[in-house]
Design a protein around this ligand. Sequence first.
Ligand SMILES: [Zn+2]
Length: 143
Amino acid sequence: MVNHSLKKKRGEVRYFLLHHGECPRSEGFHYRITPTATENLLTESLRGQHPQTISIQVEGNFETQAPTNNQLSRLKNLILDLKMRYPAAVVGGHRQVQRDRKTSCPGRKFPLREILDWSNRELLKLRDERITRDLEAQYTFKD
Ligand SMILES: [Zn+2]
């Protein structure tokens, strides 16, 4: 069922916000990372759970278990894709939203610190590598 109250413009994207399967709010996710696929649930230009945010749900209960390496690697690929389109946005966890401090989402066993460190240290480098690769695929630089 579609909740039409969510069909608003989301504003300029400032955050890629991470959730798990046990998020206290059950809708408003733009992407879901299942054990086997990355699904697009909501058009990026529409507002999801939070304003100025692309919401990504990683399926699983990360209070009791950690996500699989496969899920984490697909999450990183998705974040890299999004970073190409929204260069100013940064990664965060749902519980870092000021008014949602009571939730532990995306779960205590979700490696949020590791993902944030990765996005601080590696993400821009990976983005630049992709831009270079895309450019080189379009042009042949010869003298
Ligand atoms: Zn959440």
